[in-house]
Design a protein around this ligand. Structure first.
Ligand code: F0G
Length: 494
């Protein structure tokens, strides 16, 4: 019988003084159950104030800003045009990414997805394919909304070699073959650093260089999704031959030196709560195929975001991003950041939880196929959704990035597809939690792992056929077929 009250959580939930969580954890499990049912067991719909155990839904925009950022924030210039902070930000972008901003078109947006939306809208065309190591959910959705085939080409070492240090790499052989066969259909190639969908794994400099060389050979522009460029640079320093003595700041510049353009969410390695950008080299090959692209993007930005010098951001957001970019490449910051995620992952592993190794930079990923091995839970039972749903009752929130988030359902044919990987992600917000907080989260996962036979299936009752369905769907929890012991949950939701 599934018993959420009995399992041991030696590390108790703490009061997160730097989060919005109330100080005295006033919610009971019954109140959380009521809220979870009201939310259709969808973690995105669950009230965050009830998450006193740890909110690891996302590392995006959830950072606790530093005192330097808060100090800069009050200097935000809210002028409509050419605010002071804009020029500070341009200078910092130039310095951080090693680019001459006069030679680049830089478009500020309120988030990276707005930047992706602009880019994909203006390169849309018949039968296009955009290959990447992996697309994140909104990136894929923006490509697909423009009828672009978003093709994941993550390296094969992911499955073959548990210790491979750069599992985020793009599969160079597969890209070479695709470019040979479909070059005309490919407007650009993307590498996502680090590879969020693929377990938060880094991409090596060698792989970035090889991707660039292949793109050069075929005259195709190469873009980076640079959301976690600093964490990726840290891993290159730590793991790639020849980089141990280089500074992370220099490695970050080198990463960017290979690309024709990049998108970035400042909500990750900008250490800010909001912000994104699209940057394209003025002499990039993109203009050969799309000669009017810069005008089109600028008009797009003005129409849907704002004047080019604030682009969907307030003056104070711009200030926090400027200081965030200066902080994020500091090695003392990255050492603590990546070290904390590592410690959390190592503790989960010690508890026997099947985690993806090596650990990534911003999150620990739990393999749901291995988690439910030996139980009657099948892929289409969405055990990852059930795990995240039940954790809500302990005040803990994780995110399913697997069979449900990246699967599809066609109501016409009743055909279901499942992605190759089936993860639940525990994303660690930057500068927010202490390791003891993360141990509590791990203890809760362990409590459910020990009772995995009794974890109910998640049956989507609404939204299974929708795009981006994980944000919207509603579920009921029903017992795994051989086990009636969780009827309490089934009856609670019916
Ligand atoms: N690219 C990657 C690799 C991302 O991880 C995200 C967001 C985006 C693009 C979009 O950025 O949120 O500013 O529009 N990832 C968040 C996450 C939401 O939880 O991993 P955005």
């Amino acid at each position: 019988m599934l018993d959420l009250t009995s399992f041991e959580t030696p590390h108790h939930p703490r009061s997160h003084v730097n989060s919005l969580v109330r100080l005295h954890n006033p919610f009971t499990e019954d109140q959380r159950l009521e809220a979870a049912i009201k939310a259709g067991w969808n973690v995105f719909q669950f009230p965050s104030e009830m998450l006193c155990g740890g909110d690891l839904l996302s590392d995006s925009g959830t950072t606790t800003m530093t005192t330097e950022q808060f100090s800069a924030l009050v200097l935000g210039d809210e002028s409509y045009g050419s605010n002071w902070g804009y020029f500070q930000l341009l200078e910092t972008i130039g310095e951080t990414f090693g680019i001459d901003t006069d030679e680049w078109e830089i478009y500020l947006f309120h988030q990276a997805r707005a930047a992706e939306h602009a880019l994909f809208t203006h390169i849309a065309g018949e039968d296009l394919i955009v290959p990447a190591n992996s697309f994140f959910d909104t990136t894929r959705a923006n490509a697909e909304a423009n009828k672009i085939d978003a093709r994941d080409l993550v390296c094969q070492n992911f499955n073959d070699d548990p210790d491979y240090p750069f599992k985020g790499n793009l599969d160079i052989d597969a890209l070479g073959q695709l470019l040979e066969e479909h070059c005309e259909q490919i407007p650009l190639v993307i590498s996502t650093i680090t590879n969020n969908t693929g377990g938060g794994q880094p991409v090596s400099m060698e792989n970035i260089r090889a991707t660039r060389a292949l793109c050069d050979a075929h005259g195709i522009p190469f873009f980076l999704d640079a959301c976690r460029f600093a964490e990726n640079a840290w891993f290159i320093k730590e793991r790639e031959e020849g980089y141990a003595d280089k500074s992370v700041a220099a490695i970050a510049k080198e990463e960017l030196s290979f690309c024709d353009g990049f998108t970035i969410s400042f909500k990750k390695d900008g250490l800010a709560n909001m912000g994104g950008a699209l940057a394209i080299r003025k002499d990039s090959r993109l203009t050969e195929r799309y000669p009017d692209i810069f005008d089109a993007l600028r008009d797009h930005q003005i129409l849907v975001e704002g004047h080019p010098t604030y682009g969907g951001l307030s003056g104070r957001d711009i200030m926090t991003i400027t200081v965030g970019l200066q902080t994020v490449i500091k090695e003392e910051y990255l050492k603590g950041r990546i070290g904390q995620v590592y410690e959390f992952g190592a503790y989960l592993k010690k508890l026997g939880i099947p985690v993806i190794e090596p650990f990534g930079g911003h999150a620990v990923y739990i393999d749901m196929d291995r988690f439910f091995e030996g139980t009657s839970m099948e892929k289409g039972d969405f055990g990852g959704i059930s795990l995240t749903a039940l954790l809500l009752l302990k005040g803990v929130r994780l995110c399913e990035l697997g069979a449900f988030a990246f699967g599809t359902y066609d109501p016409g044919t009743e055909n279901e597809t499942f992605p190759p990987r089936n993860f639940v992600r525990a994303a660690v917000p930057r500068n927010k939690y202490e390791i003891q907080d993360l141990y509590y989260v791990a203890d809760c996962i362990k409590g459910l792992y020990d009772q995995r036979d009794s974890i109910p299936k998640a049956v989507p009752v609404w939204g299974k056929d929708k795009a981006l369905r994980h944000f919207k769907a509603r579920f009921e929890l029903v017992p795994q077929s051989h086990n009636a012991a969780v009827k309490q949950y089934a009856s609670a939701v019916s």
